[in-house]
Design a protein around this ligand. Structure first.
Ligand code: ARG
Length: 498
């Protein structure tokens, strides 16, 4: 029953707004032991859109423009890539809509890889999510939080890296504390966080429109001058852009909770992704009304500079709403991460103690702390851009595998009903692009992070056979389990399934 387990674990995905629900669900499950329990279908079209938009808009639009412009070399190509990333996210999400309506259980990649290729690839996904994907997401978002929090207090010339890292680590500690301590703390503030995000985007866009009306269009020329010719640069430019769009597959993690999924999943996708793409393009236009491409390249907190120059006395609105928004995203992402790891370890995929929960607060404390430790290591050793590359490289291996799963199942399971079916060319295109995104940077611009990612995957495969398949256990683990149990006051749980 792996799928069912992964489900609720993911309902906190992305944004804290769902985080709270997941936590309540955990509490509910425990209190109704023995009852038959179903996840209610509570996510309608509107919440579906909010779930996608709220996750996609996070830190990326405030930090990626710099990385993208550095890598493409020209504003022309960077606009092309911003738009292409939107188109890719839309096509990818539509392919996921077929997968999600075909396999009605939640858990996205985990469920589809299980269907198409069996338990080993599905295990590998949960392993990599726990060790790389989720921690690097939290690390990137916290570093962006820190960048903007620090930038708000220093002048335009930039801030020291060490200070940014210290602030990022502090934010991780606070978020860890919140997630370990209180089940409901996150829910109350979530709407405010999402609102803050949208305020920031709308203020920037409005500022940009105002400047265009004033005739500030001098940076919109020589569109393709200095465009890069390196394929690896183009691929890593896509990484920067695709980070901002990440979260397009978010609805598939909670399929079981969506009302009328075969209608609402595709509809929510058709509304959300073009909306986000539009916002991103307009924000980029707005930045260029105020800053020259050279200035954007030199400035890692573009939105702050935008605020200072375009908004005058209310410039503080920008860093404030970005810090609130990133803090919220990080909080929600860490929550989801904790739940994913909690479920995977309850399935026997990771150390069992990671599935224990606090006896009074009912929070999955060991797994949250485990994630925070990996996240802090990532923050200490990486920069925003290197972590984005590390994340995207790894994530696109799995997004590509999900496309392959769709293609394979067209042949191996032709008769399974598919309430929503995409033209086969769509998953094929995304599969080919994901191959390019994974292979081109390795050949053209190899980075040590890619090797780490591959090594983690190989380690996962080696780990799988003795420890998961055959269930071998070291004695010392038991002793550690007891120590952690006493130290954190945590106990094992049992999930009651319908
Ligand atoms: N696109 C988001 C951003 O720009 C990151 C989303 C992280 N992904 C997730 N599933 N929580 O910050």
């Amino acid at each position: 029953n792996n799928n069912n387990d992964t489900n609720d674990d993911d309902c906190g995905e992305g944004d804290g707004e769902t985080a709270g629900n997941g936590k309540n669900m955990l509490a509910r499950k425990l209190s109704t032991k023995g009852d038959t329990l179903y996840l209610e279908r509570r996510v309608g079209l509107f919440s579906g859109v909010a779930l996608i938009v709220g996750t996609m808009i996070g830190s990326g639009i405030f930090v990626s423009p710099t990385g993208l412009l550095i890598r493409t070399g020209s504003i022309g190509l960077s606009f092309v890539i911003w738009a292409a990333c939107g188109a890719m996210s839309l096509l990818g999400a539509l392919a996921y809509a077929e997968l999600g309506t075909m396999n009605p259980s939640s858990g996205a990649e985990y469920a589809y890889l299980m269907d198409a290729f069996g338990p080993m690839p599905a295990f590998l996904f949960s392993w990599i999510s726990t060790l790389i994907l989720k921690p690097s997401q939290v690390a990137i978002i916290c570093l962006s939080f820190a960048k903007y929090a620090v930038e708000a207090f220093v002048d335009e010339c930039g801030s020291s890296d060490v200070v940014v890292k210290i602030v990022a680590v502090l934010s991780i500690l606070i978020i860890t504390y919140i997630n370990c301590y209180s089940v409901n703390l996150a829910t109350g503030v979530q709407n405010a966080f999402t609102a803050a995000k949208l305020v920031a985007v709308f203020v920037v866009v409005a500022g940009g429109v105002y400047k265009i009306i004033q005739g500030r269009t001098e940076h919109f020329r020589n569109y393709f001058e200095n465009t890069t010719t390196s394929m690896g640069d183009v691929a890593t430019a896509f990484y920067s852009g695709l980070w901002a769009y990440d979260g397009w597959n978010n609805l598939n993690y909670v399929t079981e909770e969506i009302k009328n999924p075969s209608k609402n999943i595709p509809k929510a996708i058709y509304i959300s992704i073009p909306l986000v793409t539009m916002c991103y393009l307009l924000v980029n236009v707005a930045y260029l009304t105020i800053m020259s491409p050279d200035e954007i390249v030199r400035n890692e907190a573009v939105a702050v500079t935008f605020g200072i120059r375009a908004l005058g006395s209310i410039a503080w609105v920008i860093p404030l709403s970005i810090t609130i928004s990133t803090f919220g995203s990080a909080n929600g992402t860490l929550f989801a991460a904790g739940r994913l790891c909690f479920a995977a370890s309850r399935e026997g995929h990771l150390m069992h103690v990671l599935s224990y929960i606090h006896i009074k607060k009912l929070t999955p404390m060991p797994s949250i702390i485990f994630h925070s430790i990996i996240t802090i290591v990532m923050v200490a050793s990486g920069t925003i851009n290197s972590l984005i590359d590390f994340f995207s490289f790894t994530a696109w291996i799995f997004y590509g595998s999900a496309m392959l799963a769709l293609l394979v199942m067209r042949y191996t399971r032709p008769d399974v009903p598919r309430p929503y079916k995409v033209p086969i060319i769509i998953p094929l295109i995304i599969f080919v692009i994901s191959l390019y995104l994974v292979v081109a940077p390795i050949i053209d611009k190899p980075q040590i992070e890619y090797l780490y990612s591959v090594m983690f995957m190989i380690a996962g495969m080696i780990f799988y056979v003795p420890f998961v398949r055959l269930g071998y256990k070291f004695r010392i683990i038991d002793r550690w389990t007891v120590i952690i149990q006493l130290l954190l006051q945590v106990a094992p749980t049992k999930l009651v399934l319908p």
